[in-house]
Design a protein around this ligand. Sequence first.
Ligand code: GLY
Ligand code: MN
Length: 483
Amino acid sequence: MKEQDGSSGTRTGTDRREVPGTGRGPFHGGWADTNRRLPLLSGAAYASKRRSVLSERFPGERLVVPSGGLKVRSNDFDYTFRPHSAFVHLTAELGTQAVPDSVLVLEPTGTGHMMTLFTRPRSPRDGGPNGTEFHSDRRYGEFWTGRRRTLSETSAALGIEAAAREDLERALGGNVPTRVLRGVDAHVDALVAPDDRADAELEVLLSELRLVKDDWEIGQLRSAVDWTVSGFQDVVGELRQATCLARGERWIEGTFNRRARLGGYGLGFETIAAAGPHACVLHWTRNNGPVRDGDLLLLDAGVEADSFYTSDVTRTLPVSGRFTKAQRRVYDLVHAAQSAGIAALRPGARYGDFHEAAMRVIAEGLDAWGLRPHGATASTPQADLYRRYTLCGSGHMLGLDCHDCGSARRETYMDGVLEPGHVLTVEPGLYFQPDDLTAPGELRGIGVRIEDDFLITADGAECLSSGLPRDADEIETWMASLR
Ligand code: GLY
Ligand code: MN
């Protein structure tokens, strides 16, 4: 749909044309008062605690954390808005309510910080600045993209003082030491002179603050995983249908994505629906191939909840419902590797332990098959030597980002120690490329990954995705029950 007057899609119009004989524009007056009283969101108190931690860490400094804005998809259409994860973590803002170009500012006071969320308020209906936005602005107008909260509604919902984004420039003035989460909002970046070291430190802290999940976040992750389990069940129910279509992978993708939109805000990442040899491509999201009886389907997918917390689960399923002998051989080895990785999850373990445990099993298995890579000795778990067949690491932190806490320092994440409240994936895989002459013929074109989501508890780990079977026999029984 285009604006009738053909004006630019992004600016606020200045349409003050009158209805002949009335002296008024067609949108003038006659609107009911629809202001609402909104309850505090369930995550708001948790977000407030996180802001306090941030405040204590940087006394006397102004901290600026933008949400980011809309990104153009093509011409005058944008991608669905998704705020930056650091912003979400500090506000507990929810999916459809999130407002592009919002900016959280922590202003230092004598005792801590005053927190203000600069955001776009509901478009006014009564003339004045932005007075025509509600009907004429296709990017931000209420009649084009839906109602936003008023500033007082935002304050009530998030428990943060809210101000108009227009006032941000003034708020960022003065001679106050300021740290900005850079690269999220170009306008904010331009308003504050960079201090590379200080800004980078803020980015690292915002990432590390997210390593340990609180009870509310764990609840959100459980919900994301539960919807993901439902999506996998849907896919198994529609596998047969997918085999009848030239682009059956797209059918699988659509089936999962429908569940993601129904249960959550959408996807944590583009769905990987990889049938046959496509399973040997780690991030196969083209999804334009057929799904053939006798092949494996590797489905790596995750629902992102309305709170933006995501799940990330992979199952590799025999399309026919039964593994072939060669497929099962690979599957069982990956399953054993994943089980060893899972057994290594406990508080106090090094983060790298689960990967090493999984790799040891893979290395021993490949060695037993006579597939020892050049340079490897018997049973060596050195990951690099097996990379030709394993391609990547065996897991990652999970949370607001699928690959969560990406800016955390090595010593707190990769070289760190597992703690209660960490949530992570364990996802070893084996991939025999169709053209890999070092692999036995019957294994070429087989790719298997098994991925589950785990919460580190006080004395071990809880599998959040245990609603899906892992073992090959259980997979076959489960598939038979759903078809
Ligand atoms: N599920 C995609 C990944 O972990 O890379
Ligand atoms: Mn993953």
